[in-house]
Design a binder for this molecule. Structure first.
Ligand code: PA5
Length: 440
């Protein structure tokens, strides 16, 4: 199996090899904490061995549930927010058809926002259609997915009847706690468990990500095989790519590069950038520290953010995901009149032009003072995406420990919830309601 690779050549104008190597000890100690559970947040390390410990029987069960949803639904709505949706969305987009042509039921998302128009239009769209629901919430109490589920559950029961609706709903939640668990038990839904020790943003390789990906018709065993290879390589020390990435980004951070931009040259990776932003933002942005994670889709964003990246404040570095092989081949045709002047490209593949845009941009950005790391991904296929997911998760844990934060909690996320509940006068929040009303 080909492997993803990390190339750090184009950061060496900003940090030296010695600067990066100086972090090797800390990175290796951080990796050891991930494997022996002696670091901060050690209760949330279930993801570390998920690829090698997930039984085939669970993958087969998920595949069978997915097959039933594929057979009985024209649309499957995945309800969840943050770590309960971004991983699945990222993989489905990376493997899917760019025009949204589905090989099976159409997969839509809900509960990742509180947009009233979004929900209205979704309900309108689902009217009269055969649809199913995968509702995902580890805590089972998150407001956004709970609202979406209440609406869509009622609609499905009205359209299909209560008994049939119960067979078209799958709940993925905590083993024992939370409102969703109680509801699923009462209604007899098919359920999958999110283990206590797997945090939301590290859960894509659990049923949270695997069921929606399987509903999309993709090979979750190949995805897990890729992740497993990366887990084994990383934990045995045979593959040092996650260590290298963590060391290099921390060396850049210490050299004043406070913002990391994840760059792709393939629109199918847009949501991979969204997943990565959540993984790193929610894991590292603590104690007034942390690299700010941003993402761009090139060449699209070269015509919007390109100016800033080339010429703005020099506090950024880029990590470019470079996809080696494309799935399809499109060649630029010859035109007898050549009014657009493009005949110099005739016969070339579109990807050749894209690769030159990528190389030209990298040289320009490095010349302009923007260090560049490159992650070479052989192709947008299940096994490589599995590798990439585990690579970024492992590097995130290592990097968070180098930064001396707890990468596995998210205390800052609670603040908006407390204020929102106070403003909505949720029972139990009376004191907070009084205090917040005095501020407005
Ligand atoms: O990474 C995380 O833990 C969060 O982003 C959660 O996934 C998100 O807040 C959703 O939580 P829940 O699955 O409990 O509804």
């Amino acid at each position: 199996m080909d492997k993803i690779q990390v190339n750090i050549k184009d950061v060496l104008q900003t940090v030296s090899k010695a600067d990066i190597e100086a972090l090797q000890g800390a990175a290796r100690a951080s990796l050891a904490k991930l494997t022996d559970g002696t670091g901060l947040g050690a209760d949330f390390l279930g993801w570390v061995k998920l690829p090698t410990t997930t039984p085939d029987a669970l993958l087969d069960d998920i595949t069978a549930t997915a097959a039933s949803l594929r057979e009985n639904c024209d649309v499957v709505v995945c309800i969840g927010i943050g770590g309960s949706y971004l991983g699945a969305k990222a993989v489905l987009e990376a493997l899917g058809n760019a025009m949204g042509v589905a090989n099976g039921p159409q997969i839509l998302f809900a509960g990742q926002n509180i947009g009233e128009d979004y929900l209205f239009e979704l309900q309108e769209y689902l009217r009269g259609k055969r649809f199913g629901i995968i509702v995902i919430s580890k805590s089972g109490t998150t407001t956004e997915p709970a609202i979406a589920f209440r609406l869509l559950k009622a609609q499905l029961e009205e359209q299909a009847g209560r008994e049939a609706a119960g067979k078209l709903i799958v709940a993925i939640t905590d083993a024992k706690r939370g409102a969703l668990r109680s509801l699923a038990t009462t209604e007899g839904y098919k359920t999958y468990v999110i283990d206590d020790n797997v945090g939301g943003r590290f859960s894509v390789l659990s049923p949270v990500g695997l069921l929606p990906i399987a509903v999309g018709g993709y090979d979750i065993k190949a995805l897990m095989a890729g992740a497993r290879a990366m887990e084994e390589g990383t934990l045995t020390g045979a593959d040092t790519s996650a260590l290298l990435y963590a060391e290099t980004r921390n060396a850049l951070y210490r050299a004043g590069k406070k913002i990391e931009i994840l760059v792709n040259y393939n629109p199918k990776l847009h949501y991979f950038g969204e997943w990565w932003k959540q993984l790193y933002g929610e894991s590292e942005g603590k104690d007034h520290k942390g690299i700010f994670p941003a993402a761009v889709d090139n060449s699209t964003d070269l015509h919007s953010m390109g100016q800033w990246i080339q010429d703005g404040e020099r506090t950024i570095f880029e990590t470019v995901i470079s996809v080696e092989r494309q799935r399809h081949e499109v060649r630029i045709p010859t035109d007898a009149e050549n009014l657009d002047g493009l005949n110099y490209l005739a016969g070339k593949r579109v990807d050749e032009v894209n690769k030159m845009a990528e190389l030209g941009t990298r040289i320009a950005h490095v010349d302009g003072g923007v260090p560049n790391m490159q992650i070479l991904l052989p192709a947008l296929e299940e096994q490589y995406l599995g590798q990439l997911i585990y690579f970024f998760e492992a590097a995130c844990g290592i990097s968070g420990y180098i930064l001396e934060v707890n990468p596995f909690n998210q205390p800052g996320v609670e603040d908006y919830k407390r204020n929102m509940f106070a403003l909505l006068e949720k029972p139990g929040y009376e004191k907070e309601t009084e205090a917040i009303k005095a501020k407005i």
